[in-house]
Design a protein around this ligand. Structure first.
Ligand code: G3P
Length: 209
């Protein structure tokens, strides 16, 4: 995957579908809460309007309850749902059982290369570092950590999927660090294709029409 939408809005999902180049949708508990609806209902709608993978984050309090939640979400649309869980040893152990059972999983809130390495060991499909948060919380070394994650999972079935972007500069810096998959809000996706000088060129050409 390349560019993904970070949103739980069905309207945003429809717009992403129309764009044609958005390959997946990531959601999280905050984005789901913003819809004011139960998470699994939102997930059902997103997989209906969008053709690609839709990531759903587990929120139940115990491993047993999270495992049940994973199966409930997966069964909504087995070919499209990717289960997302924050990275802890406990959740890595859970994912090590969900993956052989056929559920695609993503480890999210990954802050260290060691976590990314272990996520690849349990055959998570994605590791998700939060770029803007890392820059704010860790500072200068944040992009080096992301680069190390890319090197550590290279050659495995695990891909780095970077999230938490607040600007296009961050998106491009992350892509240049070797990250193939980038998830961002709709406004950043829409801004990516535009430039004021491109618009000016269009207006210049229009004078000849
Ligand atoms: O979906 C997780 C990630 O995108 C979080 O972003 O904006 O809460 O740092 P943010």
């Amino acid at each position: 995957m390349g560019i993904l939408l970070d949103s739980a809005s069905v309207e945003d999902a429809r717009r992403a579908q129309e764009l044609g180049f958005v390959e997946g949708i990531t959601t999280n508990p905050r984005l789901i809460a913003e819809t004011g609806r139960p998470g699994l209902d939102v997930l059902s709608d997103l997989v209906e309007v969008f053709d690609g993978d839709v990531f759903f984050q587990l929120t139940a309090n115990t491993v047993e309850a999270r495992t049940d939640e994973a199966w409930q979400a997966y069964e909504i649309r087995p070919d499209k749902v990717v289960i997302k869980v924050p990275t802890t040893t406990e959740n890595l152990a859970m994912v090590s059982k969900l993956v052989p059972a056929g559920i695609q999983c993503a480890m999210t809130a990954v802050y260290s290369p060691a976590q990314a390495y272990l996520a690849a060991q349990v055959r998570a499909a994605f590791v998700i570092p939060y770029v803007n948060r890392m820059k704010r919380q860790i500072g200068e070394g944040a992009m080096d950590i992301v680069r190390d994650m890319v090197r550590l999972v290279a050659g495995s079935q695990t891909q780095v999927l970077a999230a938490s972007f607040k600007s296009l500069d961050e998106v491009i810096e992350t892509r240049l660090a070797g990250v193939d998959c980038l998830t961002m809000p709709l406004d950043l996706i829409l801004a990516m294709g535009n430039h004021e000088l491109s618009q000016q060129a269009i207006e210049d050409f229009a004078r000849y029409l």
